[in-house]
Design a protein. Structure first.
Ligand SMILES: NC(=O)c1ccc[n+]([C@@H]2O[C@H](COP(=O)([O-])OP(=O)(O)OC[C@H]3O[C@@H](n4cnc5c(N)ncnc54)[C@H](OP(=O)(O)O)[C@@H]3O)[C@@H](O)[C@H]2O)c1
Length: 240
């Protein structure tokens, strides 16, 4: 599989299939765009019906599916719509930041909100789509994490809920990698780097159009022997 997305490749019936969450904007939008240009059939999830048409314009074989990842029933509905559909690559990209940046500002509600989207949803979606991934050839799951989830490199000033939700997401990666190793799965936690998106802000050094190309090149390059790794977009390791 080529990792370059400069010349679009037409999808065929044997095209690989990817599902990317959070395709309405930011990193997810570019992941879908590049995968479609690489010849993938892409299922792109968005939250709002109003975002469906724009998502389907990202590439010639993009199907947008509406799902609210913070809602268990919505995740189950998505899985039932995809019953019997092989999926080669699941990218759990959708995520939210938190506002609880210092002790004294923590709240039950903020932990619940951030963990639901950043940790619970990727785990439950991976579980719900396991039958689809088992029907696929590549059997890859990428959890889009953050260096801010590194316990070794813990720092101050960022959201407690966000940082810890990504640490916990990394444990989901580690557990899935162990549990699915005998079936040839590759499960990765990849930090996309600090990108100019609504979440990353204007000061970020990376352009998501470019950084997502590197993220995908690394995703395509790595295989079962790399499963369980917590890495940057170029594949270099981040300490857990
Ligand atoms: N940007 C960075 O510098 C950076 C750095 C490290 C890690 N990351 C990670 O990279 C991923 C993408 O970040 P981004 O910068 O592209 O963020 P973003 O611009 O804020 O976009 C977030 C995406 O997630 C979707 N989403 C959020 N909550 C959802 C939910 N409950 N159900 C379904 N979809 C939901 C949003 O949909 P709506 O449009 O409907 O809200 C949107 O498509 C996240 O996991 C983030 O933690 C980003």
């Amino acid at each position: 599989m080529s990792t370059a997305s400069a010349s679009p490749t037409s999808p065929t019936s044997s095209s690989p299939v990817a599902l990317v969450t959070g395709a309405s904007r930011g990193i997810g939008l570019w992941l879908v765009t590049h995968l479609a240009a690489q010849g993938y059939k892409v299922f792109a999830t968005v939250r709002k019906q109003a975002d469906v048409a724009a998502a389907e314009k990202l590439g010639q074989n993009v199907t947008a599916l509406v799902v609210e990842l913070a809602d268990a029933a919505s995740v189950e509905t998505l899985a039932s719509k995809l019953k019997g559909q092989p999926i080669d690559l699941l990218i759990n990209n959708a995520g939210v930041n938190g506002n609880d940046r210092s002790a004294g500002n923590l709240s039950w509600g903020e932990f619940q909100r951030v963990f639901t989207t950043n940790t619970f949803a990727p785990a439950m979606l991976a579980q719900a789509l396991l039958p689809n991934l088992r029907l696929g050839k590549a059997r890859k799951i990428v959890n889009v994490t953050s260096e801010l989830g590194s316990i070794t490199n813990a720092t101050t000033g960022f959201s407690y809920a966000y940082n810890s939700s990504k640490s916990a997401l990394n444990m989901i990666t580690a557990r899935l990698a162990k549990d699915l190793a005998s079936e040839g799965f590759t499960v990765l936690s990849i930090c996309p780097g600090w990108n100019k998106t609504d979440m990353g802000g204007d000061q970020a050094p990376l352009d998501p159009k470019e950084s997502t190309k590197t993220l995908l090149a690394t995703t395509h390059r790595l295989g079962p022997a790399d499963s369980g790794k917590y890495i940057r977009i170029d594949g270099t390791p981040i300490p857990y």
